[in-house]
Design a protein around this ligand. Structure first.
Ligand code: GAR
Length: 234
């Protein structure tokens, strides 16, 4: 059975789109039961509707605490058919979550961040890395815990930073890799291949061959390092 997932968005939803595309291509064995946004104008909602995926808007201004927002979020996810066997996928969802939300889905909530954690957490990871002048940055998919951009790391992709590049340019190159590592991480979860001991996530061996790193669509990503490596279909 396809892994039931909910995708939480606040903005453009390009990561949501990459997940939809990998599902439709038959590489990612998951079904998006609902897309939830905390902003009415999030383009991610339009992307979901274009693919007939149910959507819900939860405005944080309608709630008097983080906990009451999270309670409603849990209710919406359960009502949509996402449970402890599924996954909650934060894709540009700009909110700090509380234990009220994490407890029912412990070990099944995943986030993507546009920097190599633990460097440059927060909402401007790409800008912060560019301004700091690091020579390598990238993106991280990780399990979510109570602290922001902090839980156990599943996969990271590193890209070289170009001289003079600003946060937008760096971010655009990182985003291309986000679109590859996020669906891959979800597929590993769907296959039951992720085992977390303390902070360390182990990837159990699988059946799939590794992706062909020389594939023509790598483009600007040819100098990227992805670890663990991407498998066929991603
Ligand atoms: C992505 O770059 C994601 O990594 C980032 O927001 C963007 C959302 O883009 N998330 C964070 O910064 C979380 N701290 P998208 O809406 O096009 O997927």
């Amino acid at each position: 059975m396809a892994m039931p997932i909910a995708v939480l968005v606040s903005g453009g939803g390009s990561n949501l789109q990459s997940i939809i595309d990998r599902i439709e291509a038959g590489a990612l064995d998951a079904e998006i039961k609902v897309v939830v946004s905390n902003r009415e104008d999030a383009y991610g909602l339009t992307r979901a509707r274009n693919h007939n995926i149910p959507t819900r808007v939860l405005l944080h201004t309608d709630f008097d605490s983080r906990e009451s927002f999270d309670e409603e979020l849990v209710r919406v996810l359960r009502e949509s058919g996402v449970n402890g066997a599924g996954a909650v996928v934060m894709a540009g969802f700009m909110r700090i979550v509380t234990p009220v939300f994490l407890e029912p889905f412990r070990g099944r909530v995943i986030n993507i961040h546009p920097a190599l954690l633990p460097s440059f957490p927060g909402v401007h990871g790409q800008d912060d890395a560019a301004e700091y002048g690091v020579k390598i940055s990238g993106c991280t998919v990780h399990f979510v815990d109570e602290q922001m951009d902090h839980g156990p790391v599943i996969v990271q992709a590193a890209v070289p930073c170009q001289p003079g590049e600003d946060g937008d340019e760096l971010g655009a190159r990182i985003l291309k890799l986000e679109h590859r590592i996020y669906p891959q991480a979800l597929q590993w979860l769907a296959e039951g291949r992720l085992e977390t001991r303390g902070r360390i996530v182990h990837l159990k061996p699988g059946e799939r061959k590794l992706a062909d790193a020389s594939a023509s669509d790598m483009g600007v990503e040819t100098q990227a390092l992805v670890w663990p490596p991407l498998e066929e279909g991603f």
